[in-house]
Write a protein that binds this ligand. Sequence first.
Ligand SMILES: [Zn+2]
Ligand SMILES: [Zn+2]
Length: 152
Amino acid sequence: MSNALPLTRPLTGSCQCGAVTYEVTEEPLAALACHCKDCQKLSASAYSTTVQVRADALKITGELKVFERTADSGRRNFAYFCPDCGNRIYHQDPEAPGMKRLKAGTLNNAPIPEPKVHVWVSRKQPWVVIPDGIPTFEEGITKDDYRKIFRR
Ligand SMILES: [Zn+2]
Ligand SMILES: [Zn+2]
């Protein structure tokens, strides 16, 4: 695996204040970058970067609060965050309970993987330059396209 990230095991992460910590017991998948306005709000930045992990591979220690919202697509989304410092840890689609979308910037001992796909680029900040060869989507990504890119 020449493209393997220089990871140390186990992968761990935490919120900014440290009240919530976690361990990821399997290899996280490659990352997805989302440039939608909601992701700009939630990341308090230009876009959010998430990695998909199987739900039972993410072992959380500490108490999380949940913020529930319905996206423009009609899909519900649960956002889990530290009630003390407000740091988002992961998101979950209640219709896909087997997967969690971990906020990649909360990892302690692993680099944020380079996104394999950028979605909602119609809302992208003009100064964000996406490398050649990386697939982009004007809006959201369909489940089929997602499977093709992430091969699962
Ligand atoms: Zn915290
Ligand atoms: Zn988004």
